[in-house]
Each structure stands twice: as C-alpha cells, then as structure tokens.
Design a protein around this ligand. Structure first.
Ligand SMILES: [Zn+2]
Ligand SMILES: [Zn+2]
Length: 228
C-alpha cells in the first residue's frame, strides 16, 4: 500500500471546520467521479443552497476549488487538504471503535478530526497498524484499490451469498440510517444472502442471520459487498 503518512504534509489548521466538512464531501464526490452539485451538498450538510454557494465562492477565492461551466473541482491544494482531513477522520473512527457503538463513530469522529495534529496522526496510523479502510469499509486516501472489487448490493442477483464490506461515506452522513443498519446487523464483515430483488418496488431483501431485512435501492446502492 501507499506510504500514506508521508503523502501529504499540507497544513490544514488554518481551515475552519466548515471548510473541512465541505472539502471531505467534495473529495468523496470527485473521487467517485460524481458531479459536485450545490443542492446535494446543501442536503448533506443540512444548510441552505445560498449558504453553499457563498461557501463555495470563499473556497474558490482561497484556492481550494475551481468553479466553471465544467463544474466544481478540487484544486491540487484542495485535494491535499481533503486527503489529510479524510485520513484523520478515519483514524479517529478507529480510535473509538472499542468505545462507542459502530453507528456513532462517524459523528463523534467528526467533532474530533479537526483538532488532531500531524504528530498524533502519524502515531495513530502506526499504532492502528496502517488500516486501509475506516470501520465502515471506506478507503483511506491512497487505498482506493483495496475496495475496488466490492460491488453495491443493487448490482447483486437473487440467491447470491455475499459479505457486507462497506457502507459508503455519503450514507455515513445519515445517523438514522447507520443506527438502522447497525440494529439489523448490516455492517462490514457480516455474511448475508440476497433473498429477493423487486425492481418494480425498488427494494432488495437480504437474509441476515436468518432474518429478512428489506432495503430501498436508495440505501442498497450505498451498501457494498463481496461475493462469495
Ligand atoms: Zn466517517
Ligand atoms: Zn467511516
């Protein structure tokens, strides 16, 4: 794997936590080759579209993103800063994995990620054994290849035996959804069977430890699995 602790030495302490939150979401969209859309950011961040527009203008001025008719994109400085923020967030999640319920890791890490230093980050990376994913199965920056073979539940077929591997970052933003998935035991490492796919209903039912759990496609596309 990449020597992730030494890739970025970007100083991010000058960036407000709001800007850091924007950078992480834009990073995920860009990494997944999804267009960066203001209304989607507004929805994910729980703010109004005009607020997003103002913040994006500020980020453009500060050289973190570019906005043109080709869309909104991170600059090199934006990418570097986002990689640092993502990595620190994921390390914070691992740090609390034995302390908090799985569904609470993301929101708690979110409060702490802005405060840690490069020294702490480097030490944690070593102590945690250089993880390639966060506890939700999302790749640390530079480890994208590790998760490439996992497919969304929506791409599976009825009867498939699969192992849950990843709950996508954009689903991590939804605390209620994470609690539901945890309660139903749809978390990384759990083996499930694809029981029923109903395209007309936009649902997919998996059997988890003998119990059926039905998910809408809007959620199922964020649940990545490895076929067995
Ligand atoms: Zn997270
Ligand atoms: Zn995570």
């Amino acid at each position: 794997m990449a020597n992730v602790t030494n890739v970025d030495t970007t100083e991010i302490s000058g960036l407000s936590s709001t800007i850091q939150d924007y950078l992480s979401l834009i990073y995920v969209m860009e990494r997944d080759q999804e267009p960066v859309i203001g209304s989607r950011l507004a929805e994910l961040l729980g703010v109004t579209p005009p607020t997003v527009t103002n913040t994006l203008k500020r980020m453009t001025r500060d050289g973190l993103i570019t906005m043109s008719k080709d869309g909104t994109h991170l600059t090199e400085a934006g990418w570097s800063a986002a990689r640092v923020i993502m990595r620190r967030h994921m390390l914070m999640e691992w740090m609390m994995v034995k302390t908090l319920p799985w569904s609470k890791l993301h929101s708690e890490a979110h409060h702490l990620e802005h405060a840690i230093s490069t020294m702490t980050e480097t030490a944690l990376m070593e102590q945690l054994g250089r993880p390639q994913t966060c506890p939700h199965g999302n790749p640390l920056p530079g480890c994208e290849a590790y998760v490439e073979k996992w497919i969304p539940l929506t791409k599976t077929s009825q009867g498939d035996a699969v192992t849950i591997r990843r709950i996508h970052e954009l689903a991590e933003e939804n605390a209620q959804l994470l609690s539901y998935l945890e309660a139903k035991h749809i978390i990384p490492g759990v083996q499930v069977a694809v029981a029923e796919i109903l395209p007309f209903n936009q649902t997919i039912t998996v059997e988890v430890e003998g119990r059926p759990v039905t998910l809408g496609n809007a959620v199922a596309r964020f649940v990545f699995v490895e076929t067995r």
